[in-house]
Design a binder for this molecule. Structure first.
Ligand SMILES: Cc1cc2nc3c(=O)[nH]c(=O)nc-3n(C[C@H](O)[C@H](O)[C@H](O)COP(=O)(O)OP(=O)(O)OC[C@H]3O[C@@H](n4cnc5c(N)ncnc54)[C@H](O)[C@@H]3O)c2cc1C
Length: 233
């Protein structure tokens, strides 16, 4: 492991050099396995935050305070440590350009991670497909990849801050509900391809809103990170 980057107070990116890594697809994940000295093992999935074109593999882990694996990865890992990865895994929640289909990405909290890989892939390939991100975080300080997502050349990125908005904030300041989805997403007849990722409750609410607005369920891909009913970012 090469480098640790603090993204927010609760979130760290881990940058790896993985010998013999085959190319991954934007949106795929890896399984991380930790083995204690007594042989006890714990394994969790983490999305790949880097694009297939990036030089290194990057994961971004949010610390869940009472969690088994994430506090270790976010707080105790040191640059130079080695951890065991298996992957890349998953094909359903992966994006590759399909001509003419706009792509709507909706992320809540750490659900931004695979969507960020898709945005970077979109940029690295100079894709002409329109892509738009709606990202929900509690406050500006909780926005993962904040500099990248708020840069002048970030593309079509819309942020919503659900708990605290800084003075003069011009983005959204509410939860991602049906009304907000209707405002930000392309209308159903344009048949956007949609990727939704975040805590289970968030993903279900957004997917439900999209279906109620007439979007075909088959065009909505979802990835759930947290436990059932997890708090909405
Ligand atoms: C395909 C996939 C990709 C994932 N990618 C990422 C990623 O890129 N970054 C990332 O940080 N996580 C990601 N996750 C979640 C990750 O796998 C772990 O579930 C998470 O890090 C918690 O593990 P833990 O061992 O710390 O907590 P555990 O010991 O498993 O759980 C401790 C407690 O926290 C609750 N909990 C578990 N997960 C969450 C959560 N996300 N939010 C709130 N409460 C939770 C549990 O219900 C339990 O009560 C992904 C999950 C999947 C399935």
């Amino acid at each position: 492991m090469l480098e640790l980057i603090e993204q927010t107070a609760r979130t760290k990116s881990i940058v790896f050099d993985v010998p013999g890594w085959g190319r991954h697809r934007a949106g795929q994940h890896v399984d991380v396995r930790l083995t204690a000295e007594d042989g006890y093992q714990a394994q969790r999935s983490y999305s790949i935050a880097s694009a297939p074109e990036d030089r290194h593999i990057e994961l971004t882990v949010e610390r869940i305070d009472d969690g088994e694996v994430s506090p270790y990865l976010a707080d105790e890992l040191l640059a130079g440590d080695e951890i065991e990865l298996r992957g890349p895994i998953g094909g359903y929640f992966a994006w590759e350009e399909a001509p003419g289909m706009p792509v709507f990405l909706v992320g809540g909290g750490s659900g931004i991670v695979p969507l960020r890989a898709m945005l970077r892939h979109h940029r690295a390939t100079d894709s002409a497909v329109p892509v738009r991100l709606l990202y929900s975080a509690r406050s500006l300080d909780d926005v993962i990849y904040r500099d990248e997502l708020t840069a002048a050349d970030a593309g079509d990125v819309r942020l919503t801050l659900t708990r605290r908005q800084p003075a003069g904030w011009t983005g959204y300041g509410r939860r991602v509900d049906r009304e907000l989805v209707a405002e930000v997403c392309w209308p159903a007849p344009e048949r956007p391809l949609v990727y939704v990722c975040g805590p289970t409750g968030f993903v279900e609410a957004v997917a439900g809103a999209l279906v109620s607005l007439g979007h075909e369920a088959a065009r909505i891909r979802t990835e759930r990170f947290g436990p059932t009913g997890g708090e909405t970012p």
